[in-house]
Design a protein around this ligand. Structure first.
Ligand code: NAD
Length: 437
């Protein structure tokens, strides 16, 4: 099939490349000429493990190309995907749909034969209806069908998630669109991936419900971690004890500094706004948003408390800036809340992240950046582990201790063991553990 992917960001690029790898002929389009130039020069504008090799393979095979020219990209296309951003609208938390609607309008003007227009962006219930209305102003209604096909991939594991998903959700009741979507995802049918065909509105809501549930699970274990600290229990063992119950499951039960990233914060907010408009109380999701925001702020206080209550003049090394490992995505990362608060309290920050420093510099231009973990640690008064990149999991702690001014480690991701660290002479603080005796 011929596929056009409008929006070549984290989702559009990965989806486009994976569809090409399934054997479809894919053209990825983006408004940002810098991104397209980078891709056409053999580069990759984002960090995602394995993506560079998969792009090179499919470009070489002639199945994948990149352009800023939507008209050329849509020539003879069977399906056009909208994979543009839907960030939080400033001030009110509603999803900003202006990019989706603009893309819909541009696409509509170029349709000649029957085309499925697939919304891959995360969009509130009813957006498909509005996309259909906008398009109908420019093209005959029988020449297109608007389908919802939300994406569930995780940054950092995006290729595997796309190619081996737990499920694919497709929102349409139109027989022609169902046939096209089946053909597109045929390689997954063969793998027996469950494909949930449903109505468009149900599909749109399914994506938000999934993200809100996952955000709730993280927030739940984070609050249990607070309780563990207060009453002398161990959150990792609680998580294991509950996670072995198949009704609960062991995923997303890692206590930490609060969820971040480009999806959970904005999607939980947008879901609550949708519910408010529908006069339905989503009290759990509202509480999750509030708890997570306050948690990120409290993590800065936790660091200050671990360092004796005053960080004025202290040099604090932050290891990890991205909201999770294996991505350079800095959107809503907890580090963006924690670092400015430490700076406000007079700390001097030196940070290191394996992939996210270029992105981080755009929002945190005034802190110091080091080009390795050990250079960041050298001469610091404390190390804070903010993201659990693999390269931080087995640091030579004797070397860390010899480089530090004072042996303080605050591990917000629980990747070290308290007894071991204290045995090596560190003052060690983590999340959700009893205070050392
Ligand atoms: P992104 O910001 O990385 O990429 C969006 C791209 O769309 C940008 O490159 C932008 O230049 C381009 N664009 C905007 N308008 C355009 C237009 N009219 N024509 C061509 N290009 C245009 O965003 P993302 O992280 O890929 O997210 C895209 C959508 O997917 C969002 O709705 C998001 O919620 C959803 N989603 C994201 C993830 C994730 O992990 N990032 C996972 C699942 C779903």
């Amino acid at each position: 099939m011929k596929v056009t992917m409008v929006g070549t960001g984290y989702v559009g690029l990965v989806s486009g490349v994976c569809f090409a790898d399934f054997g479809h002929e894919v053209v990825c389009v983006d408004k940002d000429p810098g991104k397209i130039e980078t891709l056409n020069a053999g580069g990759v504008p984002i960090f995602e493990p394995g993506l560079d090799a998969l792009i090179a393979k499919n470009v070489k095979a002639g199945r994948l190309s990149f352009t800023t020219d939507l008209t050329a990209a849509m020539q003879d296309t069977d399906a056009v995907f909208i994979a543009v951003g839907t960030p939080s609208r400033r001030g009110d938390g509603y999803a900003d749909l202006s990019y989706v609607y603009a893309a819909a309008e541009e696409i509509a003007g170029l349709i000649k034969d029957f085309t499925v227009v697939v919304t891959k962006s995360t969009v509130p219930v009813g957006t498909g209806d509005e996309v259909e209305r906008i398009m109908s102003e420019h093209v005959s209604r029988d020449l297109f069908e608007v389908v919802s096909n939300p994406e569930f991939l995780r940054e950092g594991a995006a290729i595997d998630d796309f190619k081996r998903p737990d499920r694919v959700v497709v929102g349409t009741t139109d027989a022609r669109a169902v046939a096209k979507m089946r053909e597109l995802y045929r390689p997954l049918f063969i793998n027996e991936t469950p494909i949930v065909f449903t109505e468009r509105r149900t599909s749109e809501l399914t994506k938000y419900a999934a993200n809100a549930f996952l955000a709730t699970k993280i927030t739940f274990i984070n609050e249990i971690a607070d309780l563990c600290e207060a009453v002398g229990a161990n959150v990792q063992e609680v998580a294991r004890g509950i996670g072995l119950d198949k009704r609960i499951g062991n995923k997303f039960l890692h206590a930490g500094p609060g969820y971040g990233g480009s999806c959970f914060p904005k999607d939980t907010l947008a879901l609550v706004r949708t519910a408010e408009e529908a006069n339905v109380a989503l009290s759990i999701v509202s509480s999750v948003i509030e708890a997570n925001e306050s948690r990120k702020r409290r993590m800065a206080n936790k660091i200050v408390a671990a360092l004796g209550g005053d960080v004025h003049g202290l040099r604090i090394c932050i290891l990890g800036l991205a909201f999770k490992p294996n991505t350079d995505d800095m959107r809503d990362a907890p580090s963006l809340t924690i670092i400015p608060r430490l700076v406000d309290k007079g700390a001097e920050i030196v940070a290191y992240d394996p992939e996210a420093m270029d992105e981080a510099k755009k929002t945190l231009p005034d802190i110091e950046y080091a080009d390795s973990a050990f250079r960041a640690i050298d001469g610091a008064d404390a190390v804070v582990i903010a993201t659990e990149w693999d390269e931080f999991r087995a640091l030579d702690m004797r070397r860390v201790k010899s480089l530090l001014n004072a042996p303080n480690v605050i591990d917000l991701r629980n990747i070290y063991r308290g007894e071991q660290m204290r045995g090596l002479g560190f003052s060690y603080t983590n999340v959700g553990y009893p205070k050392p005796k």
